[in-house]
Design a protein around this ligand. Sequence first.
Ligand code: MG
Length: 168
Amino acid sequence: MLSKKIEDALNEQVNAEFWSAYLYLSMSLHFEHAGRPGIANWFRIQFQEEQAHALALVDYLNARDAKVVLQPIAGVPAEWASVKDAFVATLEHERKVTAMINNLYAMAEAEHDFATRQKLNTFVAEQVEEEDTVRQIIDDLTLVGEDGTGLYQIDRQMATRTFTAPVL
Ligand code: MG
């Protein structure tokens, strides 16, 4: 059985993952509207990934016979000055999520909740991947700068991203 503290913290993480999903859907809609369909596609898939993160935690809470309580999802920004700005905001956000996962991990370890700690291992690995991917995209965007042809190429490339459910 989960402690109340871990149960509450995991419920908070569920909300945070849904907030991330909402943030990336907002970015997707912004770039769809701005005529960048490839970037919009990339963020739409990111939206799906975040929903998968939330549902993996929901499934874990259910498996541990804990109660999942869905809280309101806070509002998200709707405008970004550039493609690079959105990816910089994404990296900043993912670093916050990594800190949240680390806190959860430390909590599970302190309570000798080994099952929760093991579940979180996949999330720790997932965060390394998320941050690395976004950093590489920022590097590419820095390289092309304001060059229209470069941005067009990146947009085309991002149009090819497809959703693969993360194994959590
Ligand atoms: Mg996530």
